[in-house]
Design a protein around this ligand. Structure first.
Ligand code: ADQ
Length: 473
C-alpha cells in the first residue's frame, strides 16, 4: 500500500507507552526535539518499527494548565514517527502521580501500606485512557497492530475496541503482577481485569507474574482459564512470560579517555578497597536503605573487611516531587551518615552516595570496575541493572552479581548469588561470600550469566512479542 504521511492510516504498528522515550519539549520556535541518546526500549523496538513504518505514541513530558488546550503533534525521527501529546496538570496529579504511581505502582510491587485509593484517581485513570485512545485512533487504521506498554495503560484495548479497533492489540507489563490477595485490595480490580482481557496478548516478565494474573482472572471474573489462554465475553487472550533483555554488546564499547580518567579517579579515591556497586532509580522498591544497612552489618559481623571494601551507591533522581520519594532520599542520607560516622577512618570512607545520573558509557565502566554488583530490590519486575552489570564485565576478571531473590531477573540468573533483601544479617553473609569468590568460580558464574544475557536480549524480546501477537490472529 502507499503510505499517507499525514494521517498514516495504513501504518502497520503503533507502540504506546506513558512517556515517549528520550523525548523532551524544548520551549521555542522548534517546539519539540528528540534527545540524542536512545534508550534500551527504543533500541529493542527499532528494527520492528523501522521495518513496519511504525509510530510511537506517548506523553511529551510537559504539563499545561487545565484551562489551556492540550497540544499534540508528530515529529519524524530516524527510527519512527513519534506522536506526542501534553498532559493537563490535573492528569499529571490525579492520573500519573495519583493512580499510576500512588496506587498501581505500590500495589503491584506488594507494598499495601503505601497504596492510596481514591475515586478521583480512578476517574482520572479512565479519562486519560479515553484521551489517549482518541489520539491513537487519529494516527492509525482500525486494523493495525498496537503494542501497549505498562501499568499506565492497562485498559487501552478496552477503550480502543469500543471505538471500533479490530486489529491485534498486545500489552507488556514491565512491573510485577501481584498475587490475588494483593490485587483484590483494588476496588476496581474486576474492571481492570475485564478491560485487560480486550488485549489479544498479555506479556509478563516471569511465570510467577503470569500465574498471579491467571489466578486473579479466574477468581475475580467469570473468565475461563485453560493453560495460558483466557476466554472471556467470547474473546480469547493469550498470556505469556517473556522476560525483557538488554543489548549486551553496547556495554562493552571502548570508553572515551575522559570517562576512563573519571572512573580511574574514583578508583584511586577508594585506594585498596574493593568496589561494591549499587545503581538504581531512587525508589522504595529498590531496597536502597536495606542494602546500606546490610553493608553496615557486614562491617560489624566481618570486621576484617573494614578499610578493604567500599560501597558506591549511585541513585538517579526519580519522581522527586512525590513526597514518599523525597522521604526515601532523606532516609538514605541519614543511614549513609550513620555508617560512615561509625566506621569511617581518615583514609577510608565506607559508603559513597552519588545522587545523579550517569551516561551508559560511564555506567559501563563503573560496572566493570566493581567486584560485586549489589542488586537487591525488595521487588522488581525484571531489573535491567543486573543484566547490564554482567554484560559490562571483563570476562578474564569478572565481578560477582549479588541479586535479590525478589527481582524478576532471579528467574533467569541462577548463577548469581541470590539473597533476601529483607534479612540484613543474611544479606551481610551473602555479601561476605560474594567478596570471597575466587577467580575460577567468578569466571564460571559469569560465563553462564553472560550466555543467558546474550541469548535472551532486547531484540529477541521485541521480535518474540510481535511474532506472538501476530500469531494470536
Ligand atoms: P526500572 O524500575 O526503571 O524499570 P531497571 O530495569 O533497573 O528499573 O532499569 C533502570 C534503568 O535505568 C537501567 O537501564 C539503568 O542503567 C538506568 N539507571 C539506573 N540508575 C542510573 C543512573 N544513576 N544513571 C543513569 N542510568 C541509570 C522498569 C521495571 C523493571 C524492568 C524495566 C524494564 O521496574 O523491573 O526491568 O522496567 O522492563
Amino acid at each position: 500500500p502507499t503510505r499517507s504521511p499525514s494521517i498514516g492510516i495504513d501504518r502497520d504498528l503503533l507502540v504506546v507507552s506513558n512517556r515517549l522515550p528520550d523525548f523532551r519539549h524544548i520551549e521555542g520556535d522548534e517546539g519539540v526535539e528528540r534527545k540524542k541518546n536512545v534508550g534500551g526500549l527504543v533500541s529493542a523496538l527499532e528494527p520492528a518499527l523501522r521495518a513496519r513504518g511504525g509510530m510511537w505514541l506517548g506523553w511529551s513530558g510537559r504539563t499545561v494548565p487545565d484551562t489551556d488546550t492540550v497540544e499534540s503533534g508528530v515529529i519524524d525521527d530516524r527510527t519512527a514517527q513519534l506522536a506526542w501529546f501534553d498532559y493537563k496538570e490535573s492528569w499529571y496529579r490525579d492520573y500519573y502521580s495519583g493512580f499510576c504511581n500512588g496506587t498501581l505502582w505500590p500495589l503491584f510491587h506488594s507494598f499495601p501500606s503505601r497504596v492510596t485509593l481514591s475515586d478521583k484517581g480512578w476517574d482520572a485513570y479512565k479519562e486519560v485512557h479515553e484521551v489517549i485512545a482518541e489520539v491513537a485512533s487519529g494516527h492509525i487504521g482500525s486494523r493495525a497492530m498496537i503494542w501497549v506498554h505498562d501499568y499506565h495503560l492497562l485498559m487501552l484495548a478496552n477503550v480502543m475496541r469500543r471505538r471500533g479497533h479490530t486489529g491485534p492489540m498486545g500489552h507488556f507489563l514491565h512491573i510485577p503482577f501481584p498475587s490475588l490477595d494483593m490485587f483484590s485490595m483494588l476496588p476496581w480490580a474486576a474492571q481492570i481485569l475485564d478491560a485487560m482481557l480486550d488485549f489479544d496478548l498479555l506479556g509478563f516478565h516471569t511465570p510467577a507474574h503470569v500465574a498471579n494474573f491467571l489466578s486473579c482472572a479466574s477468581s475475580l471474573l467469570p473468565a475461563k482459564v485453560a493453560d495460558d489462554v483466557v476466554s472471556h465475553r467470547g474473546r480469547i487472550t493469550h498470556v505469556a512470560a517473556m522476560p525483557i533483555g538488554i543489548l549486551p554488546d553496547t556495554f562493552q564499547e571502548p570508553p572515551e579517555p575522559a570517562i576512563v580518567e573519571e572512573i580511574d579517579g574514583l578508583m584511586r579515591a577508594l585506594g585498596e578497597s574493593q568496589l561494591v556497586l549499587g545503581v538504581d532509580r531512587l525508589d522504595y522498591t529498590k531496597g536502597i536503605p536495606e542494602r546500606l544497612i546490610a553493608f553496615g552489618r557486614l562491617l560489624e559481623m566481618f570486621p576484617e573487611w573494614r578499610g578493604k571494601v567500599s560501597l558506591v551507591q549511585v541513585s538517579v533522581p526519580s519522581r522527586a516531587d512525590v513526597p514518599l520519594y523525597a522521604e526515601q532520599r532523606a532516609s538514605i542520607e541519614t543511614i549513609v551518615g550513620r555508617i560512615n560516622g561509625e566506621f569511617g577512618e581518615a583514609a577510608w570512607v565506607p559508603i559513597r552516595y552519588l545522587y545523579r545520573s550517569y551516561s551508559k558509557a560511564q555506567l559501563s565502566q563503573l560496572y566493570r570496575a566493581a567486584r560485586v554488583g549489589y542488586v537487591t530490590p525488595l521487588r522488581d519486575g525484571m531489573n535491567l541493572v543486573a543484566k547490564e552489570y554482567v554484560a559490562a564485565q571483563d570476562p578474564e576478571n569478572p565481578g560477582v552479581l549479588l541479586l535479590s531473590q525478589f527481582a524478576g531477573a532471579a528467574v533467569e540468573m541462577r548463577d548469581a548469588i541470590l539473597t533476601n533483601p529483607y534479612h540484613a544479617d543474611g544479606m551481610a553473609r551473602d555479601l561476605d561470600r560474594a567478596l570471597r569468590v575466587d577467580l575460577p568460580e567468578r569466571k564460571a558464574r559469569h560465563g553462564k550469566l553472560l550466555a543467558s544475557v546474550q541469548r535472551s536480549n532486547a531484540v529477541t524480546w521485541a521480535e518474540g512479542f510481535l511474532d506472538a501477537l501476530s500469531a494470536c490472529r
